[in-house]
Design a protein around this ligand. Structure first.
Ligand SMILES: [Mg+2]
Length: 231
């Protein structure tokens, strides 16, 4: 299977890296000697999630997402939203963990194909996380929506990536990600194969069928490299 591809592109958050905003927020609250509760997390997500969806639709900028999601907390703690966002990204960078199987997978794949990342996450966190787990040594391409100016699933961010890859044949590119709307739809519209990392056993709607579907990164490794992956 791996011989079909010259490039494998990955999403970052919840595809290669565990991303649990609650852990970062908890660390943030501790800096202000406040107790972080489930209600605080709900309130944050009620603001944060729609902002991310609007960002993927191109309706708000990366900067607006980063600032607006922290405005209520900024009032509460008497600091600026920009400061809270910086502190949050600091905490997330320090606390980041690769998903189970990610290191093995990346090491094994990087000997056979070229690897890239296309992420809607923010620049500062991406660079620091990549270095922290040593992925900067294995990935030839890191495309960050905040820098390109459009987010997945927009075709332009995929075209931007392909140009930086010297326009390989699209049949020889695979996009792997956990999000049907951004990763699978985006990859499909860009004319490449897609693999949905379906952590939670969900059902993909008919119009969003990926080329492949796996429930974990070790399963992806087995799919791509066969039983030998574990020998
Ligand atoms: Mg993701």
């Amino acid at each position: 299977m791996i011989d079909r591809y010259d490039w494998i592109l990955f999403d970052a958050d919840d595809t290669l890296f565990h991303f649990d905003g609650a852990i970062g927020l908890d660390a943030l609250f501790q800096r202000f000697d406040a107790v972080f509760t489930a209600a605080d997390f709900e309130q944050f997500q009620a603001l944060n999630k729609p902002l991310w969806e609007r960002y993927a639709q191109g309706l708000v900028s990366a900067e607006e997402v980063q600032i607006r999601r922290f405005e209520p907390l900024a009032q509460r703690f008497g600091v600026t939203a920009a400061q809270l966002n910086r502190d949050f990204i600091d905490a997330m960078a320090d606390l980041c963990e690769p998903l189970p199987g990610a290191l093995n997978l990346v090491h094994a794949l990087s000997q056979r194909v070229q690897l890239g990342i296309i992420t809607n996450g923010f620049t500062e966190l991406q660079d620091r996380r990549m270095r922290r787990v040593g992925f900067n040594l294995h990935f030839e391409l890191l495309v960050i929506s905040e820098q390109v100016g459009v987010a997945k699933p927009h075709l332009d961010i995929f075209e931007h990536a392909f140009a930086r890859m010297n326009n390989p044949s699209r049949e020889r590119i695979l996009m792997v990600g956990d999000n049907l709307q951004t990763d699978v739809l985006g990859g499909r519209n860009a004319g490449i194969d897609t693999c949905w990392l379906n952590h939670h056993g969900k059902q993909a709607p008919v119009h969003l069928q990926p080329t492949f579907e796996v429930s974990s990164l070790p399963q992806l490794q087995q799919l791509l490299m066969g039983a030998h992956a574990y020998q």
